[in-house]
Design a protein around this ligand. Structure first.
Ligand SMILES: *Cc1c(COP(=O)(O)O)cnc(C)c1O
Length: 383
């Protein structure tokens, strides 16, 4: 089949013309309920917590992009946020089960496991998943789930997916990969043997900073049905309008990611060569410790990068308030460039824990504006 290439699936998977009107774009089905011909006789939809056609289209599209065909088992569950997806996965566990978290997990994931799931008897610990010794040291006989992020936030550490999957298998644990930073365009965790992929579709999938959403994709039919059951039982669904926004965003994911990667690569080179900058973290740089693994398992290095200015915290504060094109804001993955200070913004809640970040670290979400304008903006802000 030639019709199953990424860019084509993004625009066609789950997106047949509307059967009643011929509408070329999947409609926003703003309905909570569906009329039945006779009790129990219907077209597959009964109530929108269970299923809604706009959400179904999005789920087929996202599953296809992570390499899961409709009909081959498995699929996608789209959720109301990335953390709602993580919480659903938490419901798969029972008291006494153990989770391994990366030692630089997304702060919200860390909070959910350490402050909420722990109250329900779920055990957890953190480990350095970037080395074979770190992975082996983190696994326990009761480990049921290994949570992986790669690249991580905010220093873009790279985890070798083949290595972590093999180690988790040896103790019978499942591997979940948070693929938010890479997107399926740059990384395909299920092809490396991961059991589930999680997304905050708020970020690159939606791509326009105008919606909050999440998703879980698996190629295991039993897991998929269990997640569908748990979602229907607990209720964290995206509405039809939010489903539509992500569905629309994903159509251009490939072209956007190409530009995010191109712009971030140019900015990383500019910053690395500038005397006002102390250190740059970007997996595309040969100086990055994860560069070789990233070359191997990714199709591009993404749009996120971090750096520390030579002037320390004061310089970092000046830079983030001086840029004009880079908006000072949390979140990431939109078409517009963002700049932030993780230590006091996205990562403020992890101060004093294993996840603490250097106070002068500046994080960029590089957008798809003209790269020369972005570099001038940073050049001026560096002072
Ligand atoms: C934003 C984010 C999440 C959480 O997603 P929400 O949509 O904000 O709930 C999880 N993981 C990563 C890597 C993120 O960047």
């Amino acid at each position: 089949m030639t019709e199953d290439r990424f860019e084509t699936l993004a625009i066609h998977a789950g997106q047949e013309p509307d059967p009643t009107t011929g509408a070329a774009v999947v409609p926003i089905y703003a309905t909570s309920t569906y009329v039945q011909e006779a009790p129990g006789v219907h077209k597959g939809y009964e109530y929108s917590r269970t299923d809604n056609p706009t959400r179904t289209a999005l789920q087929i599209q996202l599953a296809a992009l992570e390499g899961v065909d409709a009909g081959s088992g498995g699929g996608c569950v789209a959720t109301s946020s990335g953390l709602a997806a993580t919480a659903l996965i938490g419901y798969l566990l029972k008291p006494g089960d153990h989770i391994v978290l990366p030692d630089d997990a997304y702060g919200g994931t860390f909070r959910l496991v350490a402050q909420v799931l722990s109250l329900h008897g779920i055990e957890w610990s953190v480990g350095d998943l970037t080395s074979a010794e770190g992975i082996a040291g983190a696994l326990r006989p009761k480990t049921k789930l290994v949570w992986v992020e790669t690249p991580t936030n905010p220093v873009l550490r790279i985890v070798d997916l083949d290595l972590v999957v093999a180690a988790a298998r040896s103790v019978g644990a499942m591997v979940v990969v948070d693929n938010t930073f890479a997107t399926p365009y740059l990384q395909q965790p299920l092809a490396h043997g991961a059991d589930m992929v999680v997304h905050s579709s708020t970020k690159y999938l939606g791509g326009h900073s105008d919606t909050v959403g999440g998703a879980i994709i698996t190629n295991n039919e039993e897991l998929h049905q269990r997640l569908r059951y748990l979602q229907n039982a607990t209720g964290p669904i995206p509405g039809p309008f939010d489903s539509y926004l992500v569905l629309r965003g994903v159509k251009t994911l490939g072209v956007r990611m190409d530009r995010h990667c191109e712009n971030a690569t140019a900015i990383a080179a500019f910053l690395e060569g500038d005397p006002r900058v102390n250190h740059v973290w970007y997996p595309g740089l040969a100086s990055h410790p994860g560069h070789e693994v990233a070359l191997d398992q990714m199709f591009g290095f993404g749009g996120m990068l971090s750096f520390t200015p030579t002037g320390g915290v004061d310089a970092a504060n000046d830079i983030v308030t001086r840029t004009r094109l880079f908006f000072l804001a949390e979140s990431l993955g939109g078409v517009e460039s963002l700049i932030e200070l993780p230590a006091v913004m996205t990562h403020a809640s992890v101060a004093g824990t294993e996840l603490e970040v250097p106070p002068s670290l500046v994080r960029l979400s590089v957008g798809i504006e003209h790269v020369d304008d972005l570099i001038s903006d940073l050049d001026r802000a560096l002072g």
